[in-house]
Structure formats: structure tokens, C-alpha cells
Design a protein around this ligand. Structure first.
Ligand code: SF4
Length: 270
């Protein structure tokens, strides 16, 4: 799959695509129902443009609303709410001051959520753990909040998971094509030299970090994280991130144990 700017759709026609644009009207004008079969979803970058074209767009393609400035764009989320009638809509929110409010409003409007960016500032620790607590324990939350959701499910089912894949940054599955038509791993890699081997990128990243002997070596979450939070700064401290991992893992363990104790599962008291 490829994440491409709208201007490059013709060059990638026939592939499975995520198409991105700042202008929802351009998307609805340029992509017909015939194109929709190739689309995984469409990304709208920033929330300031009008949405009228999307409301009339005949494709039921899922939308990803990419928030760029959480505090400024918070009130603009409401205008996208009617789009939920025709298609799934996700809100992608960067780790930036105010992101927690955007997540909470998105959840209350029934949008799925994805948290973006790999190295949340330590000043955002409280906001991040608060959002995780809402996701885990607030009964009114009925939409997935990624990457929490996939990690929690994997911990609950005791299945392997790759944070790179969850965050759509595993280049074996998806490549990000820059506006200059250069393939890279994801948007946080723009401006850096692309990896020499896309297929080996994730394994090379974690192998290098372990060889260096830093925080990843011996990290209890290395199998699911593979050094995701060590990009771009390899000296980023993972204290908050590890608290988050532990919170999700503990909640999954509690749920498993509650279910195991449930008489209908045959393992609890008679
Ligand atoms: S949580 Fe941090 S230390 Fe652990 S594997 Fe991920 S990046 Fe490495």
C-alpha cells in the first residue's frame, strides 16, 4: 500500500492507496467511484478547509482527518460529524499540547482516533496517561483509540503485535510517498535519507538499538515496540511510554483474569 499526495494518484493508479490532500473539495472532484476500489482511505490534512464537497462525494471511502494544531483545530471537528453517516471517519492527533481535548471531543462525536508521532514530550505525560485511562475505563468510550487499542487487544489475546504496523509505518506493508515523489517510511521520516532496505528497516532499527546497549536492550516491551519510540532521537527516554505500556498490559491482564473467573468460562467457582 502507498500513501500518496493527490497530485500523484495517476502515477500510482492500480495500487492500493491512501490519498492525502489539504483540500477536501479537490479529493471529491478528482476521485470518482471507479477510483474508490483502489482506496484504503483518504487523508484530509488539517481541518480548516470547507467540507461541502465531501458531503456530496459518492464514494463511501473511509476518511482520516489529520489534526495539525490541536488547540486551534479543536472546534473545527464538529463540522465533520455529518460525514459519519456515509463512511467511517478517524481523527489522527499529534502529540502536541491540547491533544487530549481533541481526543476526548473526537470520542464523544464517535470518531475513531489515532495518536500520531513517536516521541511525546515528557510535559505531555499526564495528558497521555489520562487519555489512556479514559480509553480503558470510561464506559462511554465505544470507538478505538490507536495505538492503545491494538496493543491492548494483543496483550489481552497474548498475541504478537508490531507498533510500527499499527502506526502504519512498517514499510513492508505501507510506503509514504512524499510530495516530491520519493518513497520513505512515514511522514516523520520526511527530509531524512530513506532506508537502504525497506523490508529490513524495522528489524535493523531494533537490532541496532540492542547492539548499542541502550534502553531497548532488556526492555520488557521490545517485542511489540521494536524501538518505535527511539526515532528520530535515539536518546529519547521512554519512562512515560513504558508506564503507558504497563498500564495497557495490566488492564489486559485484569480483564483476562476477570473473564477466567467468570462461571460461564468454566474456570471460575461453581
Ligand atoms: S519502549 Fe522504548 S526502550 Fe522499550 S523497546 Fe520501545 S523504544 Fe525501546
Amino acid at each position: 500500500m502507498y500513501n500518496v499526495p493527490l497530485a500523484l494518484v495517476d502515477a500510482y493508479r492500480g495500487r492500493h492507496l491512501v490519498v492525502r490532500s489539504r483540500d477536501p473539495d479537490l479529493i471529491s472532484a478528482a476521485l470518482s467511484t471507479k477510483d474508490c476500489d483502489d482506496l484504503a482511505y483518504v487523508q484530509i490534512l488539517g481541518l480548516s478547509a470547507p467540507v461541502d464537497g465531501l458531503l456530496r462525494w459518492e464514494c463511501g471511502t473511509p476518511l482520516d482527518l489529520v489534526v495539525e494544531k490541536p488547540t486551534e483545530e479543536l472546534p473545527l471537528l464538529y463540522k465533520y460529524s455529518p460525514l459519519l453517516t456515509d463512511r467511517p471517519v478517524r481523527v489522527s492527533v499529534p502529540f502536541a499540547p491540547g491533544f487530549g481535548k481533541v481526543v476526548r471531543l473526537a470520542i464523544s462525536l464517535d470518531f475513531a482516533v489515532k495518536l500520531e508521532g513517536s516521541q511525546p514530550a515528557h510535559s505531555l505525560a499526564e495528558e497521555l496517561l489520562g487519555v489512556a485511562s479514559d480509553y480503558l475505563y470510561r464506559p462511554s468510550v465505544s470507538v478505538p483509540v490507536e495505538f492503545f487499542h491494538s496493543l491492548f487487544l494483543a496483550f489481552f489475546r497474548q498475541e504478537p503485535v508490531s507498533l510500527w504496523a499499527v502506526q502504519e509505518e512498517d514499510p513492508r506493508r505501507i510506503r509514504y510517498v512524499t510530495d516530491q515523489n520519493e518513497e520513505t517510511v512515514g511522514k516523520r521520516f520526511i527530509g531524512m535519507a530513506p532506508p537502504s532496505d525497506f523490508n529490513e528497516f524495522v528489524s535493523a532499527q531494533i537490532a541496532g538499538l540492542i547492539t548499542e546497549g541502550g534502553e531497548c536492550r532488556g526492555c520488557e516491551f521490545v517485542d511489540s515496540c521494536s524501538g518505535y519510540f527511539k526515532w528520530p532521537a535515539r536518546n529519547y527516554r521512554c519512562d512515560t511510554v513504558k508506564v503507558l505500556f504497563r498500564t495497557l498490559a495490566e488492564a489486559a491482564r485484569e480483564l483476562r483474569s476477570d473473564l477466567a473467573a467468570c462461571p460461564t468460562n468454566g474456570t471460575g467457582a461453581a
